[in-house]
Design a protein around this ligand. Structure first.
Ligand SMILES: [Zn+2]
Length: 334
């Protein structure tokens, strides 16, 4: 299926990057001499977050993503992270520290935050790449950091560990800046929104429209969910079984919950088409309500809430008159 190729395009580049970021160079306490000593997972935002960033960038540089597909992927990631209300109570660093305790519950993942250090890592490291380009007036980039940080002990298979300070020092050689504060601010604090400054400063901004996002569509086909999280705040599979429900969203407050199954939408028997059609038809405030009959745990009930946004999909829109750092980042390296 072409959707699988698009939706999983960055998988192999991601694993390839791990050869350097994770296998060769590894956070000091993620390396342990034997299997009975626990690993300390606090630096997973580098181990996985930076690998995720590079894996996607290399997918675009190598042609596995077209530039438009890369932007669709990034828009979906940015919008997804911006729809994680769990950031109000849980700083990102806690998702790394909590990793060995297995915080992978599926229900209300947007509130638990699970392994957000992967996708949020992409936004954080895009911010670093853009910041280096700004600070050095296009003379340097995260590529220079990579050369310096991974380009050592040529031919050796022996893992070289590093600390947070080593990382900050290496970035400071490439572009002097208060990197420690930069990271602590993004990692250690709660917030209302995803860290989108890097994206915004890259020359593009996150917008929503009724035009479908092809990357989200591909992921939806692979993982069987409707692309409705950014509109009504929940998704279903083909049979109407609800996946995640955004914490405190109108659907949540109406009583819809993960695992319930939609029976009908506005009086019409559920199908994905009927569901999308009902949402698409309400585009003005005060225009209408969504009325769902849904069943769960043997109880069938009616769940109603006001809705006015129509279908909403995430996209990146070029900010004219600003440097297109994102375009530079994903251009093949000559
Ligand atoms: Zn990985």
């Amino acid at each position: 299926k072409p959707q699988v190729f698009l939706g999983e395009a960055s998988l192999m580049p991601h694993e390839y990057v791990h050869s350097w970021n994770g296998k060769f160079r590894r956070p000091a306490k993620l390396w342990q001499p034997n299997f009975q000593t626990p690993e300390h997972t606090r630096m997973l935002w580098v181990y996985e977050g930076l690998t995720n960033y590079w894996g996607e960038v290399l997918s675009a540089r190598s042609g596995l993503f077209t530039p438009a597909q890369y932007r669709a992927m990034l828009a979906f990631t940015a919008a997804g992270q911006d729809h994680r209300p769990g950031r109000e109570w849980r700083p990102l660093i806690d998702t790394t520290v909590g990793e060995p305790m297995g915080g992978f519950g599926v229900d209300y993942g947007n509130w638990r935050r699970g392994d957000d250090y992967y996708d949020e890592g992409v936004l954080i490291w895009l911010g670093v790449d853009v910041k280096i380009r700004e600070l050095t007036h296009d003379q340097r980039s995260l590529d220079d950091f990579a050369k310096r940080f991974y380009g050592m002990d040529n031919g050796s298979y022996v893992t070289r560990t590093y600390t947070f300070d080593d990382l900050v020092n290496a970035l400071n050689v490439v572009a002097p800046y208060d990197w420690a504060s930069y990271f602590h601010k993004l990692l250690d604090r709660t917030s209302d929104h995803a860290p989108l400054a890097g994206l915004t400063n890259s020359g593009w901004k996150l917008v929503y429209s009724s035009t479908p996002n092809p990357y989200e569509e591909a992921r939806g086909v692979i993982h069987h969910f409707t692309r409705t999280l950014f509109s009504v705040g929940f998704t279903t599979n083909d049979k109407g079984v609800i996946g995640d429900v955004l914490w405190n969203s109108p659907a949540f407050k109406a009583g819809l919950a993960p695992g319930m199954q939609l029976v009908s939408v506005n009086g019409v028997k559920f199908s994905p088409k009927v569901f999308l059609h009902a949402i698409a038809g309400i585009t003005k405030p005060g225009q209408g309500k969504l009325v769902f009959v849904a069943s769960g745990s043997g109880i069938t009930g009616t769940y109603t809430f006001d809705y006015s946004g129509g279908l909403r999909y995430a996209h990146l829109q070029r900010t004219e008159g600003t440097p297109d750092y994102l375009g530079q980042i994903i251009a093949p390296v000559k």
